[in-house]
Design a protein around this ligand. Sequence first.
Ligand code: URA
Length: 223
Amino acid sequence: MIHPEQQRRAYLQAMGIDVWLPRDAPEPVISASVEAPGSMGWNELRECVTHCTRCELAQSRTNTVFGVGNPDAEWLIIGEAPGAEEDRRGEPFVGRAGTLLDEMLRAIGQSRDSVFIANILKCRPPNNRDPRPEEAAACRRYLERQIELVQPKIILAVGRIAAQNLLGSNEPVGRMRGRPHDFGGIPLVVTYHPAYLLRSPSQKAKSWSDLCLATRLAAECDT
Ligand code: URA
C-alpha cells in the first residue's frame, strides 16, 4: 500500500505543484500509478486542496474551504474566496452573506444540499483583500476539476471576482449580469454577490431576475 505522505507528494507533483523537502530528506518514492489531475476523483482532489501550498495563502489560512453540496448538482454556485468565518469553519458562505445566499437558493427551490457551492480561492486572503491574479491562477485547476466532476447544468457566478475570473473579463458585474454566458459549454449567469446585496438591498430585484434567467437556462438543458 502506498504511504499517505508519499501519496500526498505524488498528488502535488501530478498537479504540477513544487514539493519542497529539507536538504537531507530522502528522495520521495513516487508511485507511477498516481492519477493525472484531470482524472482525480472527489477524495483525491479534496486531499490535494487540504495540503495545498501552491500560493502564500497556505501560510495564513486556518482551514482550506473546498466547497460543499451535492456532487451531482445541477447548479454550481461560485463565489470569491473564504472570509474569516469560512476560514474558521472550513465551509463556504457561512456568514451573513451565506444566510442571504441560502435564502436566494430557497427562492428558486434549491438549497445548500441540492447545489454545489465553491469559490475561486480555497484559502482566505488576509484582511479580506481581493484575490491576487497569481492566487486565482494557482487555484484554478482545483475549480476546473470540480466543475468537470459536478457537470452542472448551470453555473451561477456571484460577484465581480467570480465573474471576472471565470469569464476572463474586466467588465463590472452590472454589465455582465442579465445575459447568458458560456463556460466551456456550460451556461453561466452572473449576479451580484450576496454581501453586496446586504449593503445595497435595492439591487435584489435584479439578482432575482438573474436567478430566473439561470433557472430558464438550466431547464433548457433538459429539452
Ligand atoms: N464570500 C464568498 O465569495 N465566498 C465565501 O465562501 C464567503 C463569502
